[in-house]
Design a protein around this ligand. Structure first.
Ligand code: G6P
Length: 606
């Protein structure tokens, strides 16, 4: 969802902005633009569609300068077109603004500004901001921005430049992420670390309500009250390489292959042979007070939560509910000080999940965040954050972030179980040993790619598919189906095996593709009955199984056999064939795998 980049220094701002925007493409966008101060005035260039269109526009109307802001827009208010894309400028053209988020009271502000004679060029909520800043401007851009934002409700990350003060770049945020990158004789702003990673590793994370006045040599940060805030830049650990494709055709495939490494990194320092689980700084004395857990998340992270619930209930015997964050926040959940809320979010910025965190905290719950992004909003508001070390995930469809979230949840379930004595030491030991073996197991499952590619060539022209599973396999099937929908645009639905006969079986006809996941020896006979129910009605069934369950599934049309006998950790390994299947089906269809239509990587609006 929308990306921001800003630059002040001695280099060509246009080039830095367009490079930065390129690195933010993964967030999803439908138009782009830059505003650069050319030494005399601010020049704005915008284009609908991909960055290539913006670059073509910049060839027609070149602009260079040492100060500028850039933006990729994901339309919310007003259609995707050049006119609605950012930066937006004030009436006199002297102030330019880029904005992520939504201004909820923009209609009132627009009416007020129109009454004062301001005319609007776009249909966006954002355009009220440059006009408001102009209204309050009397020679000090910092003061004008401070006054302007005091009138805004909603969420915003803003980058602002002013022709009269070309030695300054102003940044301010509320509920939308914004960072400041610190260089040598140059500084940057960005909505996300990858945008500026090639330029600097030192960043300030702005907190809600903070305003920064940035020159090429200084960064001054002020709190809501206008008082200076003293903080140090933090060093980010992502390498620039991690944000590049490294010879893979798509980020998604690269990220699928990074999973053994990502899982090993997430385990490192937290689990070792014969040692109790270390769950970072989590205070084990707190455990006895929790009576109930809510897991709150969206999309793929929600699917990780479904697996987490089963692991926590099995090992820690603590009642656990999993809720979609967008529902949780309005459902009046029963939370009190004996509740723990686990917020799972790859980006740490998802607006609904953040709202869930706030609701939980205001009701007295303890909030544990599981996220992949250092300094993200959710991590800042939670009582404790457990970081997954997946590295930057660029592809919109989540893969390595999902499997590392699963690992985090298994570690937490084990940590609770060890401290509560709620599972037999032998049971705990088996899971720990399996976890330590995971990076190797994942490498072996990745060897199935060739076979999955062949299957994808058979099924990519389908318009509908069904996923089936029971227990943990059901949760995994939901994630597999979401992956397929997201990137191949094929309609797919997931059912628990036992539910099939209660309705969905009516949809099965000759050659309907059904993907059945069966990794649990204890219930594979039941799953096999479900597979037979659909194959006898003509379905083309692809079973994802392991060495223990394979002998049961002779009735399916095609069997993908994963190495090993399966365990409570099967969701991590069986995620891989499903990710690869979605990838290769989308590949055969020629879709834009890393940037699927209408989707955004970081959903910072409700
Ligand atoms: C978007 C993405 C999904 C992601 C979900 C939650 O919808 O397209 O891939 O699972 O947001 O994101 P989060 O960053 O909170 O995990």
């Amino acid at each position: 969802m929308c990306g921001i980049v800003g630059y002040i220094g001695n280099k060509n701002a246009t080039e830095i902005l367009t490079q930065g925007l390129k690195r933010l493409e993964y967030r999803g966008y439908d138009s782009a633009g830059v505003a650069v101060f050319d030494g005399k005035e601010i020049q704005t260039v915008k284009a609908k569609g991909r960055l290539k269109n913006l670059k073509d526009e910049l060839l027609k109307t070149p602009v260079t300068g040492n100060l500028g802001i850039g933006h990729t827009r994901w339309a919310t208010h007003g259609a995707p077109c050049a006119k609605n894309s950012h930066p937006h400028t004030s009436q006199d053209g002297k102030i330019a603004v880029v904005h992520n988020g939504i201004i909820e009271n923009y209609e009132q502000l627009r009416a007020m500004l129109e009454n004062k004679g301001y005319t609007f060029k776009s249909e966006t909520d954002t355009e009220v901001i440059p006009h408001l800043v102009e209204l309050y401007y009397d020679g000090d851009i910092f003061c004008a921005v401070k006054k302007a934002v005091s009138h805004l409700s909603g969420s915003y990350a803003l980058g602002i430049i002013c022709e009269n003060e070309p030695d300054k770049l102003v940044a301010v945020r509320k509920e939308s992420p914004l960072i400041i990158g610190v260089g040598d004789g140059e500084n940057f702003i960005a909505s996300d670390i990858p945008a500026i990673l090639s330029e600097t590793e030192n960043v300030y994370f702005l907190n809600d309500g903070e305003i920064a006045v940035i020159t090429k040599d200084t960064v001054d940060i002020f709190g809501k009250d206008g008082e200076p805030v003293i903080k140090k830049p933090e060093k980010v650990t992502f390498s620039e390489n991690a944000a590049q494709k490294d010879g893979y055709e798509h980020f998604m495939l690269k990220e699928i292959y990074e999973q053994p490494r990502a899982v090993a990194d997430t385990l490192r320092g937290r689990l070792a042979d014969g040692m109790p689980v270390k769950f970072d700084d989590f205070d084990s004395k707190l455990i006895s007070k929790f009576r109930k857990i809510y897991i709150v998340a969206c999309g793929t992270a929600y699917h990780a939560g479904l697996v987490g619930k089963m692991a926590i209930e099995k090992l820690a015997k603590l009642p656990t509910d999993v809720e979609l964050a967008s529902e949780f926040r309005y459902n009046e959940p029963l939370i009190d000080s004996e509740t723990m809320v686990i917020a799972i979010s790859q980006s740490g910025e998802t607006a609904d999940t953040l709202a869930g965190v706030r609701l939980a905290k205001s009701s007295g719950a303890y909030v544990l965040a599981i996220t992949n992004v250092l300094g993200s909003s959710i991590s800042r508001e939670a009582d404790m954050t457990f970081y997954t070390y997946a590295g930057p995930e660029i592809s919109v469809a989540s893969t390595k972030a999902y499997t590392t979230q699963l690992v985090a949840l298994y570690l937490f379930a084990l940590f609770l179980a060890e401290n509560k004595n709620s599972a037999l030491p032998t049971e705990i030991d088996i899971v720990k040993k399996e976890l330590l073996k995971l990076p190797v197991s994942l490498k072996k499952v990745l060897e199935l790619e060739g076979e999955i590619k062949r299957i994808s060539k058979k099924i990519y022209k389908e318009t509908d598919m069904y996923y089936l599973g029971r227990g943990l396999d059901y949760a995994v099937a939901m994630e597999g189906s979401l992956k397929l929908k997201e990137i191949s645009y094929i309609h797919s639905e997931t059912y628990a095996g036992g539910e099939l006969k209660h309705g969905p079986i009516a949809l099965i006809e000759k050659d309907t593709v059904v993907i059945a996941i069966s990794t649990n020896k204890e219930i594979c006979a039941k799953m096999d009955s479900n597979i037979k129910e659909v194959t006898t009605r003509g379905a083309y069934t692809i079973a994802i199984v392991n060495e223990a369950t394979a002998p049961q599934h002779t009735a399916c049309s095609h069997m993908v056999v994963m190495p090993g006998e399966g365990s409570v950790l099967s969701p991590v390994t069986s995620a891989i064939p499903l990710q690869l299947l979605a990838y290769h089906v989308a590949y055969q269809k020629g879709e834009a795998i890393d940037k699927p239509r209408n989707l955004a990587k970081s959903v910072t609006v409700e």
